[in-house]
Design a protein around this ligand. Structure first.
Ligand code: FAD
Length: 511
């Protein structure tokens, strides 16, 4: 008899989703996590006394388009989502505006600040809501070869599918220009689309903009207590059904005998056996743990890219005061702070040349405005996500260049909220090198692999592995951002991988 039915390597949120479904189905589950806490890029800790920082993702958007939270009854296990409204605070520093959950209110306010742009916003949402919904459906299922066609048909319900398809194939920066004549409206929307990594000029990248209607559909939320509230709840859900979680337990080898996964060997030499192994780690980490004869060339050829973002997490003694947006609502949603489209492109140009961006656009997050557990009553957490930052630098190393990159991020924020730097009482600087070293995100890519069309859907991580099974090793399954539908806090990969695993192990159809 094996030690477990299922061993899960890594306790990232997708891996925990798979673990929770497997445990609920009555399988004996053991999760082995390298770090001292669960969650990977969805985890939170009190890093500065009195201040809780997320280590990775903070805005819970895509998971709300999946049934994961309801099916696993995560509210029973302590997950409590706080809704953010407004969803976004957009600003060039001079003329701020809000994106509310309510699309009509958003359009109305936009029209009064930028005449005509509210109408354009409503038209944009009308045109792309069916598409966005069909993308969400695709995210929730295993990928097939015909996604593009299905997306186009989905987007064209009652419309001109050919025209819609040609837009889907374009760079998102171009599609934004088709809809919005005002740059102060276009730039923040483009900046939000840039969060997946590819720049606004990449062909086939328009979906990153065109799924924007999903923000109004599902909202933007935060687990009370920090992003890690999700993975803590998943842990409790797994344990409630008998699953075991082992921390500080890095898997060194995935054991394979005659083409079948047998279990794992930990770094301390302990061996655990199972009927199946699910790897929720980065696909290159998984490949590194396998005997070389079971690693096909395609696994080594995946494109990880050269990092793209970094984040400065600050503990402040006081609240953030925006110069032009003094309403308390400015601190609620994601601050899409960008002076112009040129600022984004200039940063991308510097990145291509191997240099950290000197004047980055920012996503500013002050979630202590909605969650009093994150900071002392008078204080604030301020997290500044910035792009673009190469993992591999043209000159120097991250050890020598972190101070300069940090300084440039702080300077960029001063344009919006002068004086903030005087309130800093603690900080964590997460460069691409930090993200690799601490979170196992190879080359600092928070999406694991580049989110370009050649690595999406049935091409993620590569075609033969896109069905969540490692080709050539029976009983070895894959989940996580390295698989469809990619990076982000979503859990959809974990759920679909569980489906595949359970139908193999229990020979039962998914309920
Ligand atoms: C700074 C930052 C900001 C982000 N912001 C957002 C956001 O606001 N919204 C959003 O949707 N997404 C965001 N993301 C992206 C999102 O958080 C990630 O894409 C996603 O969480 C990846 O999840 P995953 O399930 O693939 O696992 P990962 O989080 O990559 O977890 C993999 C786990 O495997 C473990 N592991 C690795 N090797 C081993 C081993 N040998 N043995 C055992 N365990 C191992 C790791 O320690 C880790 O816990 C952000 C990410 C970062 C880093």
């Amino acid at each position: 008899m094996t030690d477990f039915d299922v061993i899960v390597m890594g306790a990232g949120h997708n891996a925990l989703v798979t673990a929770a479904y497997a445990a609920r189905a009555g399988l004996r589950v053991g999760v082995f996590e390298r770090r001292h806490l669960v969650g990977g890029a969805v985890s939170t800790e009190e890093i500065i006394p009195g201040y809780r920082f997320d280590y990775g993702g903070s805005a819970h958007i895509l998971i709300r388009m999946t049934p994961v939270v309801q099916e696993l009854e995560l509210s029973r296990y302590g997950l409590h989502y706080l809704e953010l409204d407004p969803l976004f605070h957009c600003s060039d520093g001079e003329t701020p505006w809000f994106i509310w959950r309510d699309r009509e209110r958003t359009a109305r306010e936009l029209d009064s600040t930028f005449p005509g742009q509210g109408e354009a916003y409503s038209r944009f949402l009308d045109d792309w809501t069916p598409f966005a919904r069909s993308v969400a459906e695709l995210f929730n299922s295993a990928p097939g070869p015909l996604e593009l066609g299905r997306m186009a048909v989905g987007s064209g319900r009652g419309r001109d599918s050919a025209r819609q398809l040609s837009r889907i194939l374009r760079p998102y920066g171009e599609v934004a220009r088709e809809y919005f004549s005002e740059e102060r409206v276009r730039a923040p929307l483009t900046w939000m689309a840039a969060q997946s990594g590819p720049p606004p000029t990449d062909p086939l990248s328009a979906p990153f903009l065109l799924w924007h209607p999903l923000y109004h559909e599902g909202g933007v939320a935060r687990p009370k207590g920090g992003s890690g509230g999700l993975t803590q709840a998943l842990t409790r859900a797994t344990q409630a059904h008998g699953g075991q979680i082992f921390l500080n337990a890095p898997v060194q080898d995935i054991l394979v005998k005659e083409g079948r996964a047998q279990g794992v060997r930990l770094a301390n030499g302990e061996i655990y056996t199972a009927r199946a192994v699910v790897a929720g780690s980065h696909v290159l980490t998984t490949a590194g743990a396998l005997p070389p004869e079971y690693v096909p060339a395609a696994a080594r050829d995946v494109r990880v890219g050269n990092g793209f973002g970094m984040i400065l997490r600050l503990a402040l003694s006081g609240k953030v005061h925006y110069r032009q947006h003094t309403e308390p609502e400015s601190r609620v949603g994601l601050g899409l702070l960008i002076k112009s489209e040129r600022q984004l492109m200039k940063g991308y140009g510097e990145f291509l040349a191997g240099e950290p961006t000197t004047d980055p656009p920012l996503v500013a997050m002050t979630f202590s405005a909605v969650d009093d557990s994150l900071a002392p009553p008078a204080g604030e957490v301020l997290w500044l996500w910035a792009q673009y930052y190469p993992f591999e630098l043209a000159s120097g190393s991250w050890e020598t260049r972190t101070a300069e990159a940090r300084e440039n991020i702080l300077n960029a924020f001063e344009h919006y909220a002068p004086g903030t730097r005087e309130q800093i009482v603690g900080e964590l600087v997460q460069t691409p090198a930090w993200l690799e070293q601490h979170l196992g995100l190879h080359r600092g890519n928070v999406m694991h692999l580049e989110m370009t069309f050649d690595q999406m859907f049935a091409f993620r991580p590569w075609m033969q592995a896109s069905g969540y099974r490692w080709p050539g090793v029976k009983g070895l399954y894959l989940t996580g951002a390295s698989t469809h539908p990619g990076g982000g806090i979503m859990g959809a990969s974990g759920r679909t991988a569980a489906r595949v695993l359970l139908s193999d192990l229990t020979r039962r159809r998914w309920q």
